[in-house]
Design a protein around this ligand. Structure first.
Ligand code: NAD
Ligand code: UDP
Length: 338
């Protein structure tokens, strides 16, 4: 198949492109590079020995999108493009709704005009809010989000489902990611946050590489075995492979389908720190800070639906995730900046 990948220069998109190419698909990438570098795609070309058609364009630009779609015969779109920083979304809600909601509406409008009705959307476990049950199954009701970023995921899911209700020839796969970490084994591509990392693993690797003095652990008084927050970390390469499986579901005319992509296992912040230290043979100094507003104690998936229906499960464990995160950071202390 030929796949339009929006946001393909980013962290998850770049890893997914590799798995798509390995599975024999063609890709066309659209990204405005607002949170990424073209170097990631050059590295993907090196890893796959494949030239990747890339267009630097904003998904809010209908004309640019339309011109691109005129040039290719696209079978499906994997839609990664979006802003994703939780804290930033609270400070800049307009920008988040504009980019994520308007961007997605524009994309859908142009896809429809080109009769492209197969869409895979990057959603997030954040739509469960404070989850009603743990482990979280897809049956767990969507909750109340604690920030505009989460609401954009919540709303886009609803938009896509309504679209399918009105026109059942749309095939929509909503993938709810848990906590992607790790990097491609080559160490050539990985997560490259701007400024101070919001997420745990890039913060740890920046402490490891000497860019930051301490990890700040946000709270050790949660109702969890060691008091620190528990999450379901998933290797980004496993996550990427989930998209290839989702394309197979689209090929079977799945209608609307929602899948959790996680490992089903929760690790606390302290467990992650210990695993990172033991796998990579180093110490990560940390301090305990107050809880971060909006954080919940525990969040991990029940990933069985994806296994049952897509034949997908995560193969990599926490050791591989810690090893590959560090391999990427140590080889690229400044990310994609030379
Ligand atoms: P990322 O920021 O690395 O990738 C997103 C890409 O989209 C970037 O390359 C950015 O330049 C591009 N982009 C943003 N707005 C755009 C626009 N208007 N037009 C064109 N390109 C645009 O983020 P990521 O971690 O790879 O996440 C990919 C998707 O997965 C996002 O939708 C994100 O919300 C979602 N997601 C991520 C996580 C996570 O922890 N990384 C968890 C759940 C869901
Ligand atoms: N966390 C932390 N210090 C950091 C970043 C995160 O202690 O610098 C904790 C956070 O409170 C949560 C877990 O690590 O319990 C995962 O946070 P992250 O932001 O990576 O993902 P989230 O699940 O919040 O999307």
């Amino acid at each position: 198949m030929t796949i339009l990948v929006t946001g393909g220069a980013g962290y998850i998109g770049s890893h997914t492109i590799i798995e798509l190419i390995v599975a024999g698909h063609n890709v066309v990438v659209v990204d405005n590079l607002c949170n990424s570098s073209k170097i990631s795609l050059e590295r993907v070309e090196r890893i796959t020995s494949t030239q990747i058609p890339f267009f630097q364009a904003d998904i809010r630009d209908k004309k640019a999108l339309s011109d691109i779609l005129d040039m290719y015969s696209i079978d499906a779109c994997i839609h990664f493009a979006g802003l994703k920083a939780v804290g930033e979304s609270t400070a800049y809600p307009y920008e988040y709704y504009d980019n994520n909601i308007i961007g997605t509406l524009n994309l859908i409008s142009v896809l429809r005009k080109h009769n492209i009705k197969n869409i895979i959307f990057s959603s997030s476990a954040t739509v469960y809010g404070e989850p009603a049950t743990i482990p979280i199954t897809e049956e767990c009701p969507k909750g109340k989000c604690t920030n505009p970023y989460g609401w954009t995921k919540w709303m886009i899911e609803q938009m896509l489902m309504d679209l399918h209700t009105a026109d059942p020839t749309f095939n929509i796969v909503i993938l709810r990611y848990f906590n992607p970490i790790g990097a491609h084994q080559s160490g050539l591509i990985g997560e490259n946050p701007n400024g101070v990392p919001n997420n745990l693993m890039p913060y740890i690797t920046q402490v490891a590489v000497g860019k930051r003095e301490y990890l700040h652990i946000f709270g050790n008084n949660y109702d969890t075995p060691d008091g620190t927050g528990v999450r379901d970390y998933i290797h980004v390469v496993d996550l990427a492979r989930g998209h290839v499986k989702a394309l197979e579901a689209i090929n079977r005319n799945c209608g609307v389908a929602i899948y959790n992509l996680g490992t089903g296992k929760g690790y606390s912040v302290l467990e992650i720190v210990k695993a990172f230290e033991s796998v990579n043979g180093m110490k990560i100094p940390y301090v305990i800070d107050p809880r971060r507003p909006g954080d919940i104690a525990t969040c991990y998936s029940d990933p069985q639906k994806a296994q049952r229906e897509l034949g997908w499960k995560a193969d990599n464990g926490i050791e591989e995730m810690c090893r590959d995160s560090w391999n990427w950071q140590r080889r690229n202390p400044n990310g994609y900046e030379q």
